[in-house]
Design a protein around this ligand. Structure first.
Ligand SMILES: Cc1cc2nc3c(=O)[nH]c(=O)nc-3n(C[C@H](O)[C@H](O)[C@H](O)COP(=O)(O)OP(=O)(O)OC[C@H]3O[C@@H](n4cnc5c(N)ncnc54)[C@H](O)[C@@H]3O)c2cc1C
Length: 311
């Protein structure tokens, strides 16, 4: 598992996402409410309008130390040798003797089962499955979009959450860009103070940061145009998140496809990324649900084992 970026990805989990809530409690991960109070700003070519109330945020919880505290908490419960960071899987093949062979740059491992918790299109781009993956499944995986894989997230750290004092929620929608949607991303009680926004990854390029700062100023005034720091994370450029052709993948109806619900390669290869979940697809909740489904299938006795029990 290669190391990945953290605070500039996941922000929230929402009511009803019981797996995430239960996991935060089990791991002792601290959470707090997303700030909601205040008005929304709408940016159009003609200017900025203030609309009463928060029209874009819904009640949600935030992770006090970032969403990667979930991954760190889960990893802490594993035997040390079970986790290989910065070790990409490069090939997966059937073994003549049964099970699967998993190759990394410096090792060949033998596995009874493989749970592939990687976006399907990324798996097909980075892992060599040889000719063995059924053609229909390979086509599906190559065509399945990576959730938010062509999005850039921009975090602007500010000296204070000054917009709250002006009755603004820190929420904004823009028809001009470069940021299309903005939210208050401050810590508990507004500290540290931050705004974040989503942009289309293809808009990131020379002049992007300057345009973002100008936009922050147009929306929230001169204080916002002087952030303490600006962090831009283009997820489409992350080789372990999005495949090179991520921009071409647009058929969201493929999320949670029935072919992902059953294992491939003689029942040994299980799909478990959020893109394969039938509910909460795209969210951490979906990733956890897909992981549970894969784990249940791995742990379920095979027909042979059941027959042995009753023989
Ligand atoms: C900008 C942004 C904002 C988001 N906001 C939210 C939010 O607020 N709430 C929410 O619930 N969700 C949000 N999401 C979605 C959330 O990030 C995903 O639902 C979640 O990360 C999916 O988890 P996963 O385990 O399926 O896949 P990933 O998180 O993509 O994990 C895949 C892992 O596999 C590793 N990997 C890749 N290739 C290989 C390989 N060949 N060998 C070994 N390891 C490999 C990667 O390094 C990575 O660690 C957001 C996503 C983005 C991009």
């Amino acid at each position: 598992m290669p190391a990945s970026s953290s605070s500039s990805g996941v922000t929230w989990f929402w009511d009803g996402e019981e797996r995430v809530r239960t996991l935060t409690e089990r791991l002792g991960v601290e959470t707090f409410d997303q700030h909601l109070a205040g008005d929304t700003l709408l940016q159009e070519a003609t200017g900025v309008r203030r609309l009463p109330g928060n029209l874009i945020d819904v009640p949600a919880r935030r992770f006090a130390s970032g969403a990667d505290s979930l991954a760190h908490g889960l990893a802490a419960g594993l035997p040390t040798e079970a986790l290989r960071l910065a070790t990409p899987v490069t090939a997966i093949r059937r073994r003549a003797a049964g099970g699967l062979e998993v190759r990394t740059p410096d090792a060949v491992l033998h596995a009874e089962h493989v749970v592939l918790a990687v976006p399907p299109a990324l798996a097909l781009a980075r892992i060599d499955f040889g000719p063995e993956l059924p053609a229909e499944l390979a086509r599906l995986a190559r065509a399945t979009p990576v959730w938010m894989g062509v999005v850039a997230k921009v975090v602007a750290r500010c000296p204070a959450a000054f917009w709250r004092g002006e009755g603004l929620a820190g929420a904004a929608v823009s028809r001009t860009g470069p940021l299309r949607e903005l939210h208050d991303m401050s810590g508990p009680d507004g500290s540290p103070a931050a705004l974040f926004g989503f942009a289309a990854a293809q808009d990131v390029g020379p002049g992007f940061e300057r345009a973002v700062i100008a936009q922050l100023g147009q929306l929230f005034g001169p204080v916002a145009a002087e952030p303490e720091s600006l962090h831009v994370q283009d997820w489409s450029g992350e080789p372990w998140t999005a495949p090179p052709d991520a921009h071409r993948l647009a058929d969201h109806s493929l999320f949670g496809h029935p072919l992902y619900q059953r294992p491939a390669l003689d029942g040994r290869l299980h799909w478990a990324s959020t893109e394969t979940a039938t509910r909460y697809t795209g969210h951490i909740e979906g990733a956890l649900a897909a992981g549970e489904r894969a784990a249940r299938t791995v742990l379920a006795p095979t027909t042979d084992e059941v027959n042995t029990c009753f023989r």
